[in-house]
Design a protein around this ligand. Sequence first.
Ligand code: PLP
Ligand code: COI
Length: 338
Amino acid sequence: MQSQAKGFTYVKVPYNYIAYYEDGKWNEGQLRTDDTVTISAMSTALHYGQQAFEGLKAYRRKDGRINLFRVKDNALRFQLSCDFLKMPRIPVEMFVKAVEDTVLANHEYVPPYGSNATLYIRPFIIGIGDNLGLRPANSYIFSVIVSPVSSYFSGPARPVDMVTSPYDRAAPHGTGHVKVGGNYAASLKAQVEAKAVGYADTIFLDPKTHTKIEEVGAANFFGITKKQEYVTPTSPSILDSITNRSLKQLAKEALKLTVLETDIHLADLNQLDEAAACGTAAVVTPIGSITHEGVKMQFPHHEEMGPITLKLYQLLTGIQMGDLEDVYEWTTTLDPLK
Ligand code: PLP
Ligand code: COI
């Protein structure tokens, strides 16, 4: 079996899942082969951004079986996003079954163990139907679509250079903490401008004061201080990353580090020995430097992944791939031959 992954681009696979919400309830949902949706041109998802999504991965184990990572946590976060945008919740069991069924139906497209590629899983919900006025839709589609992927940032996990964004992706009491398309639309200008001048991505600052690190457009931020503490921002406008949650626990329990969830002021970046972006797509991507208003702040570990970031990366991916014992019961193992 060959990995079909081409970086982080969409590669079609045979099956996806779709369910419809009508008259106050979800239908049973089914797997299908068509990866298009036909909806009213007046759908709330198209005009008012009434939609939400999730992202998780399926990992091929050495024994050929397939691991999902913390799928129930994605289901719960999806419910938060649905609540915030006034969309109907997907029951946790329905979400998990839809993900499992879609992965198993496409099991031949889960890239081989050791290929550095995985099957990315994208559950999403959209408001549909004829709606001109601004109000929540009456009908919705919940779908799960998957694609083999390899690294999100090009190349192997070498430190990347980032620049702070002059724009905000989310307001202080807005939608930053939920995974809704509007946040990502709002992040594109900063990302495109950063890439145009050679940065791998942009880092958003706290929308109120623009003095503190918040997160990357598609990943959380963490650093390792000179005192060997794991430090990561707290803010109501960033996504509660499941990868970051896992790294915090591993840092504390496996590496015995102090974990600080606190403000990270730009002025204090010189206290960090290591910095990284973390998320499902980004996994753990080391950050070599951050440029703010033309001034470049380079971290001591800017040529290769720092030693603590590397240990965390190995622990996390070891559990995800099934190479290390999963003492936290984060993984669900699927057997494609059963
Ligand atoms: N922050 C943002 C804005 C994201 O899009 C993502 C990706 O999902 C993350 C953080 C990381 O979250 P997770 O680790 O749950 O994938
Ligand atoms: C993920 O890591 O799952 C994401 O959602 C990233 C995506 C915005 C590219």
